[in-house]
Design a binder for this molecule. Sequence first.
Ligand SMILES: C[S@@+](CC[C@H](N)C(=O)[O-])C[C@H]1O[C@@H](n2cnc3c(N)ncnc32)[C@H](O)[C@@H]1O
Length: 282
Amino acid sequence: MSFSADWLALRERYDRSARNRDVLGRVAGAFVGNPAVAIVDLACGTGATLRAVAPHLPARQTWRLADNDLGLLARAAATERPAQAVVSPMPLDLARDLEAALDGPLDLVTASALLDLVSAAWLERFAVETAARRLPVYAALIYDGRVALDPADPFDTAVVGAVNRHQRRDKGFGPALGPAAAAAAVARFAEIGYEVVQGESDWVLGGADSEMQREVLSGWATAARELGELALADLVAWLTRRRDLIEAGRAGMRVGHVDFFAWPIVTRRAERSQSNSTSSPS
Ligand SMILES: C[S@@+](CC[C@H](N)C(=O)[O-])C[C@H]1O[C@@H](n2cnc3c(N)ncnc32)[C@H](O)[C@@H]1O
């Protein structure tokens, strides 16, 4: 599945303001006082996670940016970054080579707008592989299927239902968890002994956000058409009504997302400093 740089650029400011502040605050709090922090961002796109998260972490940062889209990765490699941040792009298929992305010295795994694309099997592998390395995980902007359109249209439910079924299709990782992903991930990390905080990170779009609203609705209409359950004429009529409302400045929408931060009770850094203090001569 491919994502255009234009779409990622359009959504970036909505993602940034939607990020759950409490969850991001917990991520920041976990690294206060660390001299440096090493992060891998899974499915980095053009580097939006780095741009959003870097200001909240200690100044000395090493970012490994992993994605299988070389065009997006090239943009990410050239992204603005804090003066003391070192960035290395990692071209890699996460469906196949997740473990390679997680190997080596790391303090944090980030992933934005990724987990709703993955399958239950891949999520299980992700949880096991991060837990085996005692790595904290900050996953943001996971679509959770909650949608409210204003004003409501009688056809909204049919379209949103189709979109949510389309979200369960294979996006390259096996049958996707789609709207079930965030709850499944939070439950799995809690089961395997992580502390987890979560919070909503919904896009809230109003009259001033016409371009974003148009793009979201077009994407949904395309997904619903691909699923083939709704009559094309009904879908086109629905999209036309919604676009007219947007043009009139009368449309609003809320699109549900979830962020979470999951951290193991004992991190590798704590373990390393524990073993240093017990092994060093007194
Ligand atoms: C919705 S975009 C999110 C990008 C970025 N994290 C952001 O928040 O802007 C999903 C990203 O997943 C990447 N992706 C999808 N399947 C992948 C795979 N199998 N391996 C690596 N990256 C993948 C895409 O190239 C894209 O950059």
